[in-house]
Design a protein around this ligand. Structure first.
Ligand code: GLC
Length: 534
């Protein structure tokens, strides 16, 4: 029997709320804007929307610095707006996933204000306070992910507090049971309002080494990489005790039935899969970001998929990601033609795919002029900023691409007059049409949504360019052939089987039946289905 649980068979679409749709004319998107655009998501054919943080925040890290977990920031609207959003989403059978940011709060969160007030504060131990090193400097060598030390000295008490990110984002102490209980109540607050799950921010960071040992030097550090990589993060994160903490959150979600816990985790495969937990008791979907980092070559991607499939624990459900608000856009990384192959890959692999808003219209690199830089990381470590991947969604050819009445907070693509939903939705050749067809194919064929996966061996000459695999469920076999290269190939189909072409990344190729061999153009991907009659 195919699995039917929604977060296994479905697809997730990430919305960065500052950039989806502005309704109040301040150049920044808001919750009513998301509600107004839910029809796009339903039309596209995704199943769930994950919304990056919209909680009350001073916006030092654009909402990933939360000052009140149970309030909507006025920039984005009100709790009533949120309730309307969730009702409208559910009316369209769309699930709603929130972004939960438990590792750190804003420096303005009342918990931190109280914690900082004195060494004897009841909430002192809610955060991570340490005495200076003997020389008066930071307690150890841990660095911030956004550049510079991860410790900031508090003049009043003489102690340092730890922050894995900005000094305005102090880390909570998840070893403290009161912190856990308070955060579980935050989860319940939103679960009671009907949310269908959480994407949990930097979940592998929650527990730090009990002894606060120095991180070892990273022998592979390259100077063009972010400074944090100077050391291997073995003591500041990915500690074994974190799995049980995640299990605690998951148990809260299970009080409410089929809610999903997705964990943000940047770790190599062998560590990543530990986050399913013993007996799958921790993250339902430990985010698999491997496609963001693997070289864009058929053999490399084929190797990665096989390795990940083999590493999954029994019953652990896979997932795949091509982009998010922190990493380069797929079209910027691999180019326009390969972005179509990438879409086919994402939506035909086994496991829950997460789409990033704007990828369906092929938004690529958007250069950000120096005077428009927003991301604090870019200010600390130039070249690493994330503004280029957070630019507004482009809806039509009107002013500001239909995103806002006002100048948007970040620039649009230069070609926004043609690269927008309105212009691409009725164009059978567009990437938007391709995404929509892939999503509908996935929905119509259980082999694609919930079926098994197996890689297909290829002649070495082909394997450098082509990645071939099958998905299967019941009697149905679907074969996917993806050409990562710039030359066409004739790919043998040796099993005497006739195959129907269900979809090609090249418009107009579907509908044929092929046997013996398939001619695959450069940058082309196809989905074939074994013809049951022949
Ligand atoms: C996660 C978020 C990122 C944020 C960081 C700190 O990595 O995805 O946007 O800056 O956590 O909260």
């Amino acid at each position: 029997m195919p699995e039917t649980i929604w977060w296994k068979s479905g697809t997730v679409y990430q919305v960065y709320p500052r950039s989806f749709q502005d309704t109040d004319g301040d150049g920044v998107g808001d919750l009513p804007g998301i509600t107004a655009r839910l029809d796009h998501l339903a039309w596209l054919g995704v199943d769930a929307v994950w919304i990056s943080p919209f909680y009350r925040s001073p916006m030092a890290d654009f909402g990933y610095d939360v000052a009140d977990y149970c309030a909507v920031d006025p920039l984005f609207g009100t709790l009533d707006d949120f309730d309307a959003l969730i009702a409208e989403a559910h009316r369209r059978k769309l699930k709603v996933i929130l972004d939960f940011v438990p590792n750190h709060t804003s420096i303005e969160h009342p918990w931190f204000v109280e914690s900082r007030a004195s060494r004897d504060s009841e909430k002192r131990d809610w955060y991570i306070w340490r005495d200076p090193a003997p020389d008066g400097g930071p307690p150890n060598n841990w660095l911030s992910n956004f550049g510079g030390p991860a410790w900031t000295r508090d003049e009043a008490s003489g102690q340092y507090y730890y922050h894995a990110f900005l000094s305005r984002q102090p880390d909570l102490n998840w070893r403290n049971p009161d912190v856990r209980a308070a955060m579980h109540d935050v989860l319940r607050f939103w679960l009671e309002r009907g949310v269908d799950g959480f994407r949990v921010d930097v979940i592998w960071h929650l527990i730090k080494d009990e002894g606060f040992r120095d991180n070892p030097e990273n022998p592979d550090f390259a100077p063009h990489r972010p400074g944090i990589e100077r050391f291997s993060q073995v003591y500041s994160c990915d500690r074994p005790e974190v799995i049980e903490v995640i299990g605690g959150m998951r148990a809260v979600l299970r009080e409410y039935g089929e809610r999903v816990l997705i964990g943000e985790i940047y770790l190599p495969i062998e560590r990543l899969v530990a986050y399913y937990g013993p007996d799958l008791s921790a993250a339902d979907l430990p985010f698999n970001f491997q496609l963001l980092e693997t070289p864009w070559r058929a053999d490399a991607v084929a190797g990665l998929v096989a390795e990940y499939e083999a590493a999954l624990p029994e019953g652990g459900w896979p997932n795949w990601v091509l982009g998010n608000h922190d990493r380069p856009r797929i079209a910027a990384r691999v180019g326009e033609a390969q972005a179509r192959v990438a879409a086919m890959l994402l939506l035909t692999l086994r496991g829950t795919p997460t789409l990033y808003y704007g990828d369906e219209i092929g938004i690529g690199d958007v250069p950000i002029p120096a005077d428009r830089v927003q991301d604090p990381w870019e200010r600390n470590e130039p070249g690493h900023g994330r503004d280029p991947v957070r630019t507004p969604m482009q809806w039509d050819d009107g002013p500001n691409a239909g995103f806002s009445r006002a100048e948007p907070w970040l620039p649009l693509t230069e070609d926004h007059e043609r690269r927008n939903v309105d212009a691409l939705r009725d164009d059978s050749r567009s990437i938007l049409t391709l995404y929509r067809r892939l999503l509908s194919l996935r929905r119509d064929h259980p082999a694609l949504s919930v079926g098994g996966w197996r890689g297909l061996p290829l002649d070495p000459a082909l394997a450098a360019d082509i990645f071939a695999y099958e998905r299967f469920e019941g009697d149905e076999i679907v074969r996917i052939l993806l050409n990562f290269g710039r030359t066409g190939w004739s790919v043998p189909l040796p099993d005497g089987q006739a195959w129907n072409v269900l979809l090609s990344t090249r418009p107009g190729q579907a509908g044929e039946t092929v046997r013996d061999a398939l001619t695959l153009g450069s940058d082309e991907g196809v989905v074939l289905r074994a013809d049951p009659s022949r």
